[in-house]
Design a protein around this ligand. Sequence first.
Ligand code: ZN
Length: 136
Amino acid sequence: MVESSVVTYQGRIIDYSIGNAGSVEFNFERIWEFKRYMGEEFQPYLLNFYHVHPEGLNIYSELDKKCMEGFWIAFGYPIYFTVITFFSSELFDLSLTYSTYEYSGRGAINQVDVVHLSEDQILFLKHLSYYFIGGT
Ligand SMILES: [Zn+2]
């Protein structure tokens, strides 16, 4: 199992990444490219960051906190950041638990009840974390 991530804008995937057993990065350049592409229409509150943790680790890490701070600085807006853990490695068993955090500056992190992934997007994440070998 490896960590994986997707970034959505208005519910549509605009970036995905495959990490390793202990972490995954978000492709900031691609997200910034999307922001440029959208121009004036871009609204940071429509961005959502999701990533998969190993089973049992359904809480943000220190690295995640730094990541949230970075996004907050970059976009100047509270961002939603979701950690997902699956209950099984069976591809089509999509049972999961998640925690969504809202970072609103100066280290303030609140847990909120927001997740907007479709079943297809969840299956995609599961595939990346459990069935995609050797890619980036
Ligand atoms: Zn994490």
